[in-house]
Design a protein around this ligand. Structure first.
Ligand code: VGL
Ligand code: ZN
Length: 185
């Protein structure tokens, strides 16, 4: 009998210049995720990414310094990310009243439908930032029925408060999301 094998998808959240050191809303160690993600990419047949993609003015900027403005240099992927391996980019936070923390809120394409149409049942979440968009995306993935993993050495937090990243990981675990190290993938 053939055992059904779940298709694994890699989701790379917001590995953009503005969230890396030197950027306007940096996760202090945001660039550390890049080599880890670059190694993980080869273990997946389905690789997708999100971009925070805000208009020049947005209610979102009442909470945050203006970042990841559409077509700006800060909204570009980190220059060392292996972007040629990314099969689809999902744009989120694109409206002027839209925070768009979760990649499932992307407006250019429905990510849930895309991943399901590719047969993805297990989703491995990586990228920036642990305490905002990684958390929101992983929580939505679990709600939408994906077996959801967060790769702990492939995510990094902004840490407005010093333990925000750690708290986010605990909240995700409590929501039946599995934390794994990249060596376990
Ligand atoms: C994010 C804060 C504001 C993120 C985006 O990508 O985690 N955080 N916008
Ligand atoms: Zn944003």
């Amino acid at each position: 009998m053939k055992v059904e094998q779940g298709m694994k998808g890699l989701l790379i959240i917001d590995v953009q210049n503005d969230f890396c050191p030197g950027g306007i809303l940096a996760a202090p160690e945001g660039d550390h995720v890049v080599p880890v993600i670059n190694r993980l990419i080869d273990k997946f047949t389905i690789v997708v990414a999100s971009k925070d993609w805000h208009p020049r003015t947005s209610v979102h900027f009442q909470h945050w310094p203006p970042h990841c403005v559409q077509n700006s240099q800060g909204a570009e992927f980190h220059p060392e990310l292996r972007t040629e391996k990314i099969q689809q980019v999902f744009l989120k936070g694109t409206g002027d009243k839209d925070d768009g923390y979760s990649a499932f809120e992307a407006t250019n394409l429905d990510m849930n439908e895309y991943l399901k149409s590719k047969g993805v049942t297990e989703l491995y979440v990586t990228g920036l930032a642990t305490d905002y968009c990684v958390k929101a995306s992983a929580m939505d993935a679990a709600k939408k029925g994906f077996r959801t993993f967060v790769v702990t050495d492939a995510v990094s937090a902004v840490n407005v408060k010093p333990d925000d990243g750690q708290q986010a990981l605990e909240e995700m675990q409590a929501a039946a999301i599995t934390l794994v190290d990249s060596s376990q993938v």
